[in-house]
Write a protein that binds this ligand. Sequence first.
Ligand code: SF4
Length: 333
Amino acid sequence: MRTSTLLDEARRAVLGGGRDLSLEELRGLASLPVEDVPSLAALAHEVRLDRCGPEVEVEGILSAKTGGCPEDCHFCSQSSKFETPVRPTGYLDMDQVLAAARETKELGASEFCIVMALRGPDERTIDNVIEATKVIQDETGLNVAASLGILTRDQAERLAAGGVHRYNHNLETSRSFFPEIVSTHTWDERFETCSMVRETGMELCCGALLGMGESTDQRIELLGQLREVGPTEVPLNFLNPRPGTPLGDRSVMEPLDAIRWIALFRLALPEVILRYAGGREVTLGELQAMGMTAGINALIVGNYLTTLGRQPLQDIKMLADLKMPIGALSKVI
Ligand code: SF4
């Protein structure tokens, strides 16, 4: 089918009738020639403005416990299974967490996420995160999110009751590709934690990592699986090959290919908060602003756990240049 026909049909479906595109239609759009990627991006931007508005949500993340993780996710320099330059740290104390939250607030962010490199939390960690949540909310007014790995139902209920409003747990990749990337836990365990998060009333933040060697069909499969789990937010990561990890020798995705997939994520999931997460600088380079007009409507500023993101003020300037206001999307969705 011709490009213009595919794009017209997609526009009619998503904007005209409010119908979800089928996985087959998404597969068709995924194979458009590279010169048509800007048109695909323009459609995704229209969809984002129509469904989500012009605001961009800005979030700061803090790695409150780095490295030493017993899991073997092949992309991750925080795994204790690989020889990487990341040195494990202990848990940060409350003053350090609060100082990072205050800095985040000063940038105009509405969300602060506490991230720990863990298979899953113990009871003491849950207690500490609940205590930190209360202090951060009282002192800064920020929404607090957490990313602590696989949860039990009781832990998910306690976090929800303790004021954690959003929980991050990524599917990372499709169910069929996952065993090639992780052997210490299953995709189904991840899916189960994601489902539990929603059942306890927290918003689900469930991300993807592209560029690990998955096929186009497996990316489309992942889009279907993300629809099933129903996230409020999808952080989109691109592989930034880390030395010492099994994926350390892979090449990064082509910038226009990354733009294509940003657009496809927006078209597949029109109402989610689609957040630029790790790997965007190394993958997109000069095309970072183009991602903002291809469906992205949220940013993580500053530190990405083990690799430094660019300076937060550069991102804030990019938003100002694009005339995109910083807003708290979770309040309007
Ligand atoms: S991705 Fe998370 S669970 Fe996997 S090794 Fe890294 S810190 Fe551990």
